[in-house]
Design a protein around this ligand. Structure first.
Ligand code: ADP
Ligand code: ASP
Ligand code: MG
Length: 422
């Protein structure tokens, strides 16, 4: 039986027509291997950033609907060009946008989740021998409204298509050679990981390693889609395989370090210390589609019987969050400030190997202290410890943590490459 491979090319991999030709060559190569090929593609280069910039020049808070109408156009350009490039190389290809296929999402703008994908059109074109090129990042609601999946969302389009089509594998082609122990553009001696578990990758992506959109990893894990992150430009390299933990052995407490500078810290001061207050605040934020990350509630002050609730949200959600909190002020009776700090960053260490290994947190805090980095908030999960720090300290913190957990290598190499049976 023929295998189906889903390939995804990110913005830098299709930044100009030469790079589009290169992506076409990789799609054709897979087709020549005897496989069916579906290619998911992002907008060219920094197109999406440019579109966002234009919108911001015209409006401080553009409507979600019009933003999605605007941003979805970027992928429309690259699918048509890539299909043309494939045709020029002598292979039949057809491009489809999300509306034509039926990539159905929730009725939410700018970060919609995919709820269904119609596969008839794609299957028909594959049966006709065509390479199918699909626009990433876009979706459509049941009512025919255009949505987008959130920045970086083409990874999620690709994995969701791979799951819906029961693909053999989803190859994410990008501008680095795989997933590294930290961003190789920040720490040059970062090591490439030969493989990483879905769970660790999910935490890394959530912690800010933007090499993969977190929801793509979530979907890959849910539907057991093998994923490979590899380079568009050094495609002979195998990249990084993302798979279930049962196939892996754990050698180090920490697998990777990540930084997220796209969040702001909000502190609601002097909140009455009584049942139901946190529930009201966070359900209001949820109803506005605002995702909250780290949350800390301080000890209640005995005299005033109040406490402070601090949490982080995406920078893009700050205005909406402040409005939502103000709208609850009278009902909940909080009297203090609502403080917003945009100059923060979250640095995280991730590793399945930290489970049941005491001392990982203290090593992290010591390494940050040695660099004079002040920790503002801490949160933990079974396989992750995150610290909120000043944005200006973030790079220094990442480097220190990468060093202290011995994740670097002299030359770029597989971090576990010297170990047996891997
Ligand atoms: P694409 O346009 O292909 O989707 P992205 O810019 O979204 O590419 O993601 C690739 C970038 O992710 C790399 O250029 C790199 O700087 C960054 N990155 C951050 N953390 C990591 C990591 N742990 N491993 C690899 N790349 C990372
Ligand atoms: N073009 C979109 C973005 O820049 C989606 C993607 O590249 O994954 O965020
Ligand atoms: Mg990306």
């Amino acid at each position: 039986m023929k295998k189906l491979i889903v390939q995804k090319f990110g913005g830098t991999s299709v930044a100009d027509t030469e790079k589009i030709k290169n992506a076409a060559k990789l799609a054709v190569m897979e087709k020549k291997n005897g496989n069916d090929v579906v290619v998911v593609v992002s907008a060219m280069g920094h197109t999406t950033d440019y579109l966002v910039k234009m919108a911001k020049e015209l409006s401080q808070s553009p409507s979600g609907r019009e933003m999605d109408m605007l941003l979805s156009t970027g992928e429309g350009v690259s699918i048509a060009l890539l299909a043309m490039a494939i045709q020029t190389q002598g292979f039949d290809a057809v491009s489809y946008n999300a509306m034509q296929i039926g990539i159905i999402t929730e009725n939410v703008h700018s970060k919609a989740r995919i709820i269904d994908i119609k596969t008839d059109k794609i299957k028909k074109s594959l049966n006709e021998g065509k390479i199918v090129v699909v626009a990433g990042f876009q979706g459509v609601t049941d009512d025919g409204e255009i949505t987008t999946l959130g920045r970086g969302g083409s990874d999620t389009s690709a994995v969701s298509l791979a799951a819906a089509l029961n693909a053999e594998r989803c190859d994410i082609y990008t501008d680095v050679e795989g997933v590294y122990t930290t961003d190789p553009r920040v720490v040059p001696n970062a090591s490439r990981l030969k493989e990483i578990s879905y769970d660790e990758m999910l935490e890394l992506a959530h912690a800010g390693a933007n090499v993969l959109h977190p929801r793509s990893v979530e979907t890959a894990k849910q539907y057991n889609v093998p994923m490979r992150v590899r380079s568009s430009f050094k495609h002979e390299n195998k990249g990084t395989l993302i798979l279930g933990v049962e196939k892996m052995e754990i050698y180090k407490p920490v697998t990777g370090v990540a930084e997220d500078s796209s969040q702001a810290r909000i502190v609601v001061c002097d909140v009455p210390d009584k049942p139901g207050v946190a529930a009201k605040i966070f359900s209001k934020l949820a109803s506005e589609n605002i995702s909250v990350d780290m949350i800390i509630q301080s000890y209640a002050r005995k005299i005033s019987n109040t406490n402070d609730i601090a949490f982080t949200v995406d920078l893009g959600d700050v205005a909406k969050t402040s409005e939502a909190l103000e709208s609850l002020r009278n009902e909940l009776g909080y009297s203090g400030d609502i403080q917003v700090n945009n100059d923060i960053a979250k640095v995280s260490i991730i590793g399945a190997g930290m489970i049941d290994r005491p001392g990982v947190a203290s090593t992290m805090f010591e390494a940050l202290a040695n660099e004079g980095v002040n920790i503002k908030m801490i949160s933990t999960s079974e396989i992750k410890i995150s610290c909120l720090v000043e944005k200006s300290d973030a790079k220094k913190a990442v480097k220190a943590l990468h060093d202290v957990f011995e994740l670097g290598c002299d030359e770029k190499a597989d971090v576990r490459g010297d170990l047996p049976n891997l």
